[in-house]
Design a protein around this ligand. Sequence first.
Ligand SMILES: [Zn+2]
Ligand SMILES: [Zn+2]
Length: 340
Amino acid sequence: MLQTKLTAAQTVETLPQRLGPIPEGHARLRLAVASLCGTDLHYYAHFANAGFQLQNPVTLGHEACAYVVDPNGSDLREGQLVALNPIMNCGECAPCQRGEENLCTAKKFPGSATTVPHLDGFFREVIDHPARCCRPVADGVNPRHLTFAEPMACALHSLNKGGVCAGQQVLVTGCGPMGLLAIAGAAARGAHVTALDLRAGAVEVALKAGAETGLVIGQFDEGEIEKRFDVVVEASGAIPAFNTALKAVRPKGRVSILSNIQLREAQVMLHLIMLKEIEIVGSFQFNREFEEAVQLVESGAVNFDALTAATYPLDRAGEALAAMAAGGAFGKILLLGPEA
Ligand SMILES: [Zn+2]
Ligand SMILES: [Zn+2]
């Protein structure tokens, strides 16, 4: 059994994993497939993310699916494939009572500096996880697809915040893994999606993900997309893209911010928010969308293979993170457990 640990910026160690007793309410699982997120990348590069510094080495990873080894008294079945919901909410605070688990005031989240003391994430062979946060799936679901459930839930939350529905014109700025999932999710809802990115290769993948139109920055006239979109999903985290979103959205339209925006000063064209009565909505993690995302994976409606950039075995997690940091990959990078 092995686990990976981020011990310092750009340093991932693979260590033997020692197992203690299974905590109450938890099931013991073995990793099927995990995937890398922009958040993992920030921790890898800086040992910090969005202003939160890690205080000690931690196992990264909050996107994964796994097989049940020991249900530990829960309703789960041994051998069952489950999607892991990483949001461990308290169930009692005011946001939890409203169904807003993402804003739970006592939430625990694995592989994150926001939870103190830090909880280890999913980039390890054996995972003890609350049984109530394990969603069993139908037989035959491919674990390489199911690991997309968590990031897809994030993307669907931003679509819900933006009010994206069938027939709408939707622009997604940024075709990184998160933007690609927003594109796939919006297309699955019957929206007409335009994808925009600096990198022609990323836009090509966006077209496979379900975008009807692909725009490469610098290769079209920005005036053409002005006021054309009911909803813009900002998935790049780049300030110029934020300004493009404000120009491209129609009067009274919505801009939904999905990107992992880092703390910084920015020149934003605030006057457009006033002139066009734009609604700007933030989107952080997800709530009921996790269930929606698992069902979308089960339906087979999304071609997740087209959104997969590369796969690495778990013990090469450091290499996988370095590859993601290098930026050449379009789509998601997966980490495979021993049997995947
Ligand atoms: Zn993530
Ligand atoms: Zn709560």
